[in-house]
Write a protein that binds this ligand. Structure first.
Ligand SMILES: [Fe+2]
Length: 294
């Protein structure tokens, strides 16, 4: 999960000790400076998921959310999401492992080469994009407190893994996301960076897709949110517009209430192809920029 306005603390969580140690502190400091000379090694932004840090209450919160959402999603999520969740063996029984033979990464690596890597909190945008460019998804490892099951302003492992990661098992979506990361990493143009942030919002976070004539969910902000997922599909207050990359890069959005405008894909190929064209434009511009400087 990326953010653009500085680090954020996961306050009030039972497992906050998992992101309080020196390893996490060093990773956070490195990520904040990522992209400066001497701070270009993506590996340094990641931390180990010390699994013993999860309490019984954290595990219970995972199972409660998993059961509630999955029951709703079975008939409402994109088949690509549902297939991905099965492929990486996402389980109601426990918070997913990121390391070892039982991990979601064990399956992901085999399927698409993507990996989910632990970070101590919201990753600064540059570091987040650089990780995507090498098929690594910066993943918040802490679990939300039991009293905040329905809403959390910051991502947690439920949002990041349950919400995002199943799509990384799909080759087409996986290609889109890597291309997105490469283009976002390559540009220094603030206009493109702003547009890419908006595109992420309307696709990866809040995207809808049409499958077999029905509207389905795929954006992680919808997939992982019990209330917003219903609103996105059922509310008459929501404008569901056909996906258009230019519109999805420029439509204003606000983060603190349910989305009044959503974009609907015809297929993930459509998203991948549109991103390829946009990435080509960004990469051409940035190589022209570099040759001017040289
Ligand atoms: Fe997200």
């Amino acid at each position: 999960m990326a953010e653009t306005s500085g680090p954020s603390k996961f306050a009030g969580s039972l497992n906050s000790a998992m992101i309080d140690g020196p390893e996490a502190q060093a990773a956070l400091e490195y990520a904040m400076r990522f992209g400066e000379p001497g701070f270009e090694d993506v590996e340094r932004i990641f931390i180990t998921q010390h699994y013993e840090g999860y309490s019984a209450e954290n595990q219970e919160a995972w199972t409660t959310l998993f059961d509630r959402q999955m029951e709703f999603l079975e008939s409402r999520a994109s088949k690509t999401y549902l297939q991905g969740a099965r492929s990486i063996q996402l389980s109601r029984d426990r918070i997913p492992h990121l390391h070892g033979p039982e991990s979601i990464n064990h399956h992901l690596m085999r399927l698409t080469g993507w990996k989910s890597r632990g970070v101590p909190g919201l990753a600064p945008a540059k570091a987040f994009f650089a990780a995507l460019a090498q098929r690594e998804f910066a993943t918040t490892i802490v679990m939300r407190p039991k009293e905040s099951l329905n809403y959390l302003p910051e991502p947690d492992i439920f949002h990041d893994v349950f919400g995002h990661v199943p799509l990384h098992a799909d080759p087409i979506f996986g290609e889109f996301l890597q291309t997105y990361g490469k283009a976002a990493s390559a540009t220094c143009n603030p206009e493109h960076i702003k547009r890419m942030g908006t595109l992420f919002w309307f696709t990866v976070e809040f995207g809808l897709i049409r499958e077999g004539g029905n509207m389905k969910l795929y954006g992680s902000g919808l997939i992982s949110s019990p209330a917003e997922s219903r609103h996105a599909l059922e509310s008459s207050d929501v404008q569901r517009r056909p996906f258009d990359l230019e519109a999805a890069c420029t439509t204003p959005y606000e983060i603190d209430h349910f989305q009044p405008i959503l974009y609907v894909l015809d297929s993930f190929d459509q998203l991948r192809d549109a991103m390829n064209r946009y990435a080509e434009r960004i990469l051409n511009e940035s190589s022209r920029q570099h040759s001017k400087v040289a």
